[in-house]
Design a binder for this molecule. Structure first.
Ligand SMILES: [Zn+2]
Length: 61
């Protein structure tokens, strides 16, 4: 199990190499918007756990 998680995290790390694509995360509890490349551990505003944070769709060209 640990090996699988390590592989997954490495893979997602490499995907960020292509560009500075920031993701937008929205808190479902308080509506706070967080911009971060990877998913925040919790909402900085209300402290909700990360499963309350959903990725907002980013407009792409
Ligand atoms: Zn929040």
């Amino acid at each position: 199990m640990l090996l699988i998680q390590q592989k997954l995290s490495r893979r997602s790390g490499r995907q960020q190499k292509g560009g500075e694509r920031m993701a937008v995360w929205k808190c479902q509890v308080c509506g706070n918007i967080v911009e971060a490349r990877c998913k925040p551990g919790k909402c900085k505003s209300c402290g909700a756990s990360k499963d309350k944070l959903i990725k907002e769709a980013q407009p792409q060209k």
